[in-house]
Design a protein around this ligand. Structure first.
Ligand code: DP6
Length: 379
C-alpha cells in the first residue's frame, strides 16, 4: 500500500530522468505499428520557449478530430549495428528525402529516452487527412503520431509499462519534435506547461485537463477557414525565438498564467461570454506579439480581418456564441457550441467561406485524442 502511494507520487512529478529506461524486459526483431494522431487548436497560446523545448508559458488546447496524421512505422532489427539512425521516409505514397533532416534531428533529441532507436531500420509512412498545402501545420499531429509509434515499440520491449506512463512519455517525446505536438496525445482539453493553479501540470508534457468541464464544451465545433494556403513567411521556430528580446514578453507570459486561472472557473460554469473574451484576446495577443517583435511581421491577411469583423457583427445580431481563434498564420478557426450549429453553420457557408482561398474550409470538432490503428509483430 505504502509502496503504491510512493509510485503514484513519482508518476505525478516526473522529471526528464524518469523517461530514461534502465533496461528492457523483452526483445523484438521486427514489426509494424500504426497510429492516427490529431491536430489541436490552442485557446491559450504557446508562444516563446527556452532551450530543450521548454515553454515560456503554459497553454491549453482543444484536441481536434478530423485534422489528423496517420503514421505507420515498420521496423526491423539491423543485421549489422551502426552509429547512425537508419530510416526511409514516405509521405502520402512518395519517398520524401526533404523531410528526413527534420526527423533526424527529432531522433537525435529523443535517442537518450529511446535507446533502441539505433538498433533498428525504420520505414516511416505518413499521411495527413488535410491537404499539405492548406496552411494547416502538420507538426503537432505528425510529431505526436511518430512519438506514439515509437512508444508502442517501447511498450513491446517493456510490457509492464502503465497507460499513464505511456501517455506522458509519448507527450514528452512529441514535445521534443514540436512543442504543440505534446498536446495531441489525449483529448479533449489538454494543458501543457507548469501553472500554479493546475495540479500535475508540467513543462515536460501535456496533461488531460484535470478539472470539471461544463457540458457546453462537449462536441464544440471548429470550422477551419483556409484563408491563405501559401507557405508562411515566418516559421513558428523563428517566431518563438523573437520572444527572447521582446519588449512585452514578461507581461505576455504573465497574462497566459492569468488566463488559465480564469478559464478554470469558466470551464466549470460554462460561461461562454467570458470564454470568448479570453480566446479572442489570446488569438489577437499572439498576432500582436508578432507585429511588435523585432523584426516585426504580420501573418494575418485582409480576409482574416474581414472574417473577424463578420463574426463580430453576426455574434451581435444573432446572439449566438460564435468566436474565433488564430494559429500562427492567416487561417481562422471558428468556434461554436454544438447547440448553435443550425444557426452558425449556414452563416459560415454564406458569409465566411467565400472569403477563403477557393472556398476551402474544414469542418472539425473537439476530439478525444490519438488512436492506435494496429500493431503487427513477429512474436
Ligand atoms: C501559434 O508547436 O509549431 O500554434 O515548438 O517550434 O515546433 P515548435 O512550435 P509550434 O508552435 C505553435 C504555436 C501556436 C500556438 C500553440 O499551438 O499553442
Amino acid at each position: 500500500m505504502c509502496l503504491k502511494l510512493i509510485f503514484v507520487e513519482i508518476q505525478i512529478f516526473m522529471t526528464e530522468n524518469d523517461f530514461i529506461p534502465s533496461s528492457y524486459l523483452s526483445a523484438i526483431q521486427e514489426g509494424e505499428v500504426t497510429y492516427k494522431s490529431p491536430s489541436n487548436i490552442a485557446l491559450v497560446k504557446y508562444w516563446g520557449k527556452r532551450e530543450n523545448q521548454i515553454p515560456a508559458n503554459p497553454s491549453i488546447s482543444f484536441t481536434l478530430n478530423a485534422c489528423a496524421t496517420t503514421t505507420t512505422v515498420s521496423f526491423e532489427k539491423k543485421k549489422i549495428s551502426s552509429a547512425e539512425f537508419s530510416f526511409d521516409l514516405w509521405f502520402e505514397g512518395n519517398q520524401k528525402e526533404s523531410f528526413k533532416p527534420k526527423i533526424n534531428v527529432f531522433l537525435g533529441r529523443i535517442e537518450k529516452y529511446l535507446p533502441f532507436l539505433k538498433d533498428f531500420h525504420f520505414i516511416i509512412n505518413t499521411s495527413n487527412s488535410f491537404p499539405h498545402s492548406s496552411g494547416i501545420a502538420s507538426s503537432a499531429s505528425g510529431m505526436s503520431a511518430l512519438a506514439l509509434c515509437f512508444m508502442e515499440i517501447e511498450r513491446k520491449l517493456n510490457p509492464e509499462m502503465t497507460d499513464s506512463f505511456f501517455n506522458k512519455k509519448a507527450s514528452f517525446l512529441a514535445r521534443l519534435g514540436s512543442g504543440s505536438a505534446c498536446r495531441s496525445i489525449e483529448g479533449n482539453l489538454v494543458q501543457w506547461g507548469q501553472h500554479e493553479d493546475t495540479e500535475g501540470s508540467s513543462d515536460l508534457y501535456g496533461i488531460k485537463y484535470p478539472y470539471q468541464v461544463h457540458d457546453i464544451f462537449k462536441n464544440y465545433h471548429d470550422t477551419i477557414l483556409l484563408v491563405d494556403k501559401g507557405q508562411k513567411q515566418v516559421s513558428s521556430t523563428v517566431g518563438h525565438d523573437l520572444m527572447h528580446q521582446h519588449l512585452f514578453a514578461k507581461n505576455r507570459f504573465a497574462q497566459a498564467h492569468e488566463n488559465l486561472s480564469k478559464l478554470k472557473i469558466i470551464f466549470s460554469e460554462g460561461n461562454l461570454a467570458s470564454f470568448i473574451e479570453i480566446v479572442e484576446s489570446e488569438a489577437l495577443t499572439l498576432h500582436a506579439m508578432m507585429m511588435t517583435s523585432l523584426p516585426y511581421f504580420m501573418l494575418m491577411k485582409p480576409n482574416t480581418l474581414k472574417i473577424i469583423n463578420e463574426i463580430w457583427a453576426f455574434r451581435a445580431a444573432s446572439e449566438t456564441q460564435i468566436c474565433f481563434t488564430l494559429d500562427a498564420g492567416a487561417n481562422v478557426h471558428v468556434l461554436y457550441p454544438e447547440n448553435e450549429k443550425e444557426k452558425v453553420y449556414p452563416f459560415i457557408k454564406e458569409k465566411l467561406v467565400p472569403l477563403c482561398e477557393n472556398g476551402s474550409h474544414i469542418t472539425d470538432r473537439i476530439g478525444f485524442g490519438a488512436q492506435k490503428i494496429g500493431y503487427l509483430s513477429d512474436t
